[in-house]
Design a protein around this ligand. Structure first.
Ligand code: FAD
Length: 380
């Protein structure tokens, strides 16, 4: 079977389990988590218990021994109910765990993977106030001092940092060498000189914390360099290339959620004596939403399956993220319109999905940055 959306038995079982969990366990918490802008602790615990925070971590380290495509399925299903919970599962699996599995030494894997699979939230800290799209202009420094590095600087916009116990953090160990000084460090929350700072009050994905990190002579042992000194830029690029596929999955899930609510409402709501689903204008809107959603899903699944097959996927990942984020914003917006006035209220879930959609075009490379990647592949 070669159809991209055809799931084998194992994938179907996995997707259905996550779907049921998302609807039954996450669903009832969504509104309160969004309003309080706090991630439910019990839910976090359940995500670990179900193995959803260590999908690709090998079984020898307590993970599920799954693949990237399963991460995509999980993120999609969870985001259909709550894109904030999608961020938590996304960053943990497709960026943090992924980086350790790929570049970690045996000792680093043995030390950190069992924790990441079972109890510890991981964050990925690249961005700073002065370096977003231009990520390698980062100004956090790392100076060697005997058997440790002293890190100084501030990170901004770090997802899930309020809950995290572990950080893959980028600093420049040789600023004179420019981006070739950028080095990835594994930082534990209780390392001396490390502090989580202000939490942002956001438009969307509010239950996923987004915080500043403060490094004030933060002491990191030399053995906590991930990969090689000066090769952090490569780790950052390559993990983000993969992470982008997962943001595509988050946006696809979000749009699926919004479409589902719109279909249900269109069948129930009556105007002019009949359900609004019987008006051609509404039917065409729903049909267009479903078509664009399917196109995004195909891009996302294709990029994920290419990645799992060890084939080139960078352009496909950028296209998937770019298109899915654009599509999610449009589909969520239409879903609000199909609800009419109640779509704007917090009594219906589409208002939140509409707010949550906006971030898709910003993090892990803005829409323009994806277009730059695609154009570079096209034009050299
Ligand atoms: C909720 C949230 C969670 C985040 N989580 C994380 C995280 O966990 N870890 C992390 O490291 N970072 C994280 N980020 C940071 C995120 O990746 C950056 O915000 C993003 O890369 C954009 O950077 P910026 O905000 O500095 O915008 P800028 O780079 O200043 O961009 C501003 C505008 O200029 C455009 N632009 C910039 N350069 C170009 C160019 N060359 N060509 C055309 N247009 C251009 C952009 O497309 C954008 O529209 C998060 C951000 C948010 C908001």
């Amino acid at each position: 079977m070669t159809a991209l959306t055809h799931l084998n038995e194992e994938e179907t079982l996995f997707r259905d389990t996550v779907r049921r969990f998302a609807r039954e366990e996450i669903g009832p918490l969504v509104r309160a988590m969004d309003e309080a802008a706090v991630f439910d602790k019990k839910l976090l615990h359940q995500l670990f218990e179900l193995g959803l925070m260590g999908i690709e971590i090998p079984e020898q380290y307590g993970g599920q021994g799954g693949n990237f495509f399963q991460c995509v399925l999980a993120i999609e299903e969870i985001s259909a109910v709550d894109p904030s919970a999608g961020v938590v599962v996304d960053v943990q699996n497709t960026i943090v765990n992924n980086a350790i599995i790929r570049w970690g030494s045996d000792a680093q894997k043995a030390r950190y993977l069992p924790r990441l699979a079972a109890t510890t939230v991981g964050s990925y800290a690249l961005s700073e106030a002065g370096s977003g799209s231009d990520a390698f202009a980062l100004s956090t420094t790392a100076k060697q001092n005997g058997d440790r590095y002293l890190l100084n600087g501030r990170k901004l916009w770090i997802s899930n940092a309020a809950e995290a116990g572990f950080f893959v953090l980028f600093a420049n160990a040789d600023p004179a060498a420019g981006y070739r000084g950028i080095t990835a460090f594994l930082v534990e929350r209780d390392f001396a000189g490390f502090r989580v700072g202000k939490k942002e009050d956001k438009l969307g994905v509010r239950a996923s914390s987004t915080c500043e990190l403060i490094l004030d002579n933060c002491e990191v042992p030399v053995e906590n360099i991930l990969g090689e000194r000066g090769k952090g830029y490569k780790i950052a690029i390559e993990t983000l290339n993969e992470g982008r596929i997962a943001i595509g999955a988050q946006m696809t899930g979000l749009a699926q959620g919004a479409l589902g609510h719109a279909v249900k409402y269109a069948r129930e709501r009556k105007q002019f004596g009949k359900p609004i689903a019987e008006f051609q204008g509404v039917r065409f809107d729903l049909a267009r939403m479903a078509t664009e959603l399917e196109a995004a899903r195909l891009l996302v699944y294709n990029a994920a399956r290419l990645r799992d097959a060890g084939l080139p996927f960078v352009q496909e990942a950028a296209m998937a993220k770019y298109y899915a984020a654009d599509m999610a914003e449009k589909v969520a917006s239409k879903a609000v319109e199909i609800h009419g006035g109640v779509g704007i209220t917090k009594d219906y879930p589409v208002e939140k999905l509409y707010r949550d959609a906006k971030i898709g075009r910003i993090y892990e490379g803005t829409g323009n940055i994806q277009l730059l990647t695609i154009a570079k592949k096209l034009l050299g």
